[in-house]
Design a protein around this ligand. Structure first.
Ligand SMILES: [Zn+2]
Length: 235
């Protein structure tokens, strides 16, 4: 029995939204949220696609990766989450997915440029290159957290992305915006030479478009969209 249905519901919603926005990869990829004031992490279970998850499926683990509650299995890549939460006390949601355009960009030596609006959020995007294998050991998770530093998002070479947010809403919206930014850059690259937003404009556009109220508005939009597209009872 989960202690916090509201949080489990939010994690399930984030999974469903990410699937709808191109982050699905069979049953791979995971979302966790830290329960306020505790070391309990609410996590998508393994074996289900992001599109299939409902609040009932969400499991609870602790910072050592031990399962506390829930029926499903725990993803082996839990150290990505636990080691980021350990060092980033302001972070309450971690997302790891394999979206196609970000993953393709991570395979290249190209830097993400602010080609579109979304790109202004990711001008200093770190790229994790230590390994392309699954992150299954705490030491590997520590290396992930270290490379991420104080940033909200990171590419993982030949693997995918990590996004860390102060809330489920923020991390989910950022993960979607990162994939969109990578998609726009991919298309711009097809046209060969292209321009990108100047440094001075980057900061103004961050404030104009991606302020906290808009992040909430974007999340609410995605919740409405998932409700229109899914028929799960919990919605
Ligand atoms: Zn992975």
């Amino acid at each position: 029995m989960l202690k916090n249905y509201k949080l489990a519901r939010k994690v399930a919603l984030a999974c469903n939204i990410l699937s709808l926005e191109g982050h699905g990869d069979i049953t791979l990829g995971h979302v966790t949220a830290r329960e306020h004031g505790s070391d309990y992490l609410y996590m998508k279970p393994k074996g289900l696609g992001l599109d299939e998850v409902t609040p009932r499926d969400i499991i609870v683990i602790n910072l050592d990766g031990e399962k506390i509650a829930g029926l499903g299995g725990r993803h082996s890549e839990y150290p990505i989450h636990t080691e980021i939460y350990r060092v980033r006390t302001e972070i309450n949601c971690v997302i790891h997915t394999h979206p196609p355009f970000s993953t393709a960009l991570a395979a290249s030596d190209r830097k993400l440029r602010p080609v579109s609006h979304e790109g202004v959020l990711f001008t200093d995007l770190p790229v994790f290159t230590d390994t392309t294998e699954l992150i299954v050991k705490p030491e590997q998770g520590k290396a992930i957290a270290e490379k991420l530093g104080g940033q909200k998002a990171m590419l993982m070479r030949n693997h995918g992305i990590v996004v860390a947010g102060e809330s489920v809403e923020e991390a989910t919206v950022y993960a979607i915006l990162l994939e969109k930014a990578a998609t726009m850059q991919f298309y711009a690259e097809l046209l060969s030479a292209y321009h990108w937003t100047s440094e001075a404009e980057v900061f103004r556009k961050q404030e104009q478009i991606y302020h906290p109220q808009n992040i909430k508005n974007f999340w609410n939009y995605f919740v409405r969209k998932v409700k229109r597209n899914y028929r799960n009872n919990y919605l």
